[in-house]
Design a protein around this ligand. Structure first.
Ligand code: NAD
Length: 272
């Protein structure tokens, strides 16, 4: 169910499915989105300094009455906050906005050239100080990880990358697997852009499920952490109602064939 976890390389656990809140509007929208997700049973929220909604995420968690230690919270250091001292300040700012004294996972949002290794040093310190229970990266290609691992004392626990049936990230997955890091999927639903794909339609029909549920189930069975976003309670429910069916090997193979390298977001070597 929704509290199923995967074990990170530092021994901590992460709920395999969470709620993403990118572009959930600060204020009522994100507040209600987090409250309804927690009511449904989500126990993992993915935010970022960039999303400008940490305050309302923190407030919703507090008001839910659920113990802090039962909810897994991820936030991220944004590109213009990177560097050793800046990152420590960025974390202090995030914790203040969240009204928390730690986050469960702190990520480097993008591999800013010339900065990410220094930023990682700050994350290592924040981890040792207990301000982050686990630390990881996002949007890192194998070459970024190779560079960083030369200097790192602590390995990232995850790499959060754009991943959905049309962008399956084989190379990055293989690299991370070899280095004991889990993959976390962003835009796991492909931003709902190709739910009409014949394979998704066929599998949805076969299992009496929706395309979104087929995709989330595929990620769950693949041991990929997934954080589908919706601010609507009915869709939040739909996206995690995936525990009453199993995709067969044949179904999984059909989804594997959907990979056409369709990148919706930015390429990690070409972002600002
Ligand atoms: P997504 O693939 O989760 O798609 C979300 C969109 O799909 C929603 O806005 C909604 O319009 C639609 N949708 C959701 N459920 C649906 C349903 N059941 N039926 C029909 N439509 C539905 O894309 P995302 O929000 O970009 O990614 C998920 C999360 O990943 C984000 O909220 C954020 O937390 C994270 N993220 C991280 C990065 C990064 O650089 N690390 C980048 C983008 C997103």
């Amino acid at each position: 169910g929704l509290t199923d976890t995967l074990v990170l390389n530092n021994g901590t656990e992460i709920p395999a499915i969470g709620l993403g809140v990118y572009k959930a509007e600060p204020g009522e929208e994100v507040y209600q989105a987090v409250r309804s997700a927690l009511e449904i049973g989500y126990r993992h929220i993915d935010t970022a300094s960039l999303y400008a909604n940490e305050e309302d995420v923190g407030k919703a968690i507090k008001d839910s009455g659920i113990s802090r230690n039962e909810i897994f919270v991820t936030t991220k250091v944004w590109n213009d906050e990177q560097g050793y001292e800046n990152t420590k300040q960025a974390m202090a700012n995030s914790l203040k906005r969240l009204q928390m004294d730690y986050v469960d996972l702190y990520l480097i949002h993008w591999p800013v050239p010339g900065k990410f290794t220094e930023t990682w040093k700050a994350l290592e310190e924040l981890y040792r100080d207990g301000k982050a229970k686990a630390i990881g990266v996002s949007n890192f290609l194998p070459h970024h990880l190779e560079d960083m691992l030369k200097e790192a004392e602590i390995k990232p626990v995850v790499n959060q990358v754009e991943l959905h049936p049309q962008l399956q990230q084989k190379e990055t997955r293989d690299f991370c697997h070899a280095h004991d890091m889990l993959i976390e999927a962003w835009a796991p639903l492909g931003k709902a852009q190709y739910f009409d794909h014949p394979t998704l339609q066929e599998l949805a029909k076969k299992h009496g499920k929706t395309p979104a549920q087929i995709i989330v189930r595929w990620q769950y069975q693949s041991k990929i952490i997934t954080i589908p976003k919706s601010v609507h309670k009915n869709r939040q429910e739909e996206n995690v109602d995936i525990f009453d069916f199993t995709l067969s090997q044949d179904d999984m193979d059909k989804i594997a064939e959907m990979d056409i390298g369709n990148r919706i977001g930015k390429h990690p070597d070409k972002f600002d």
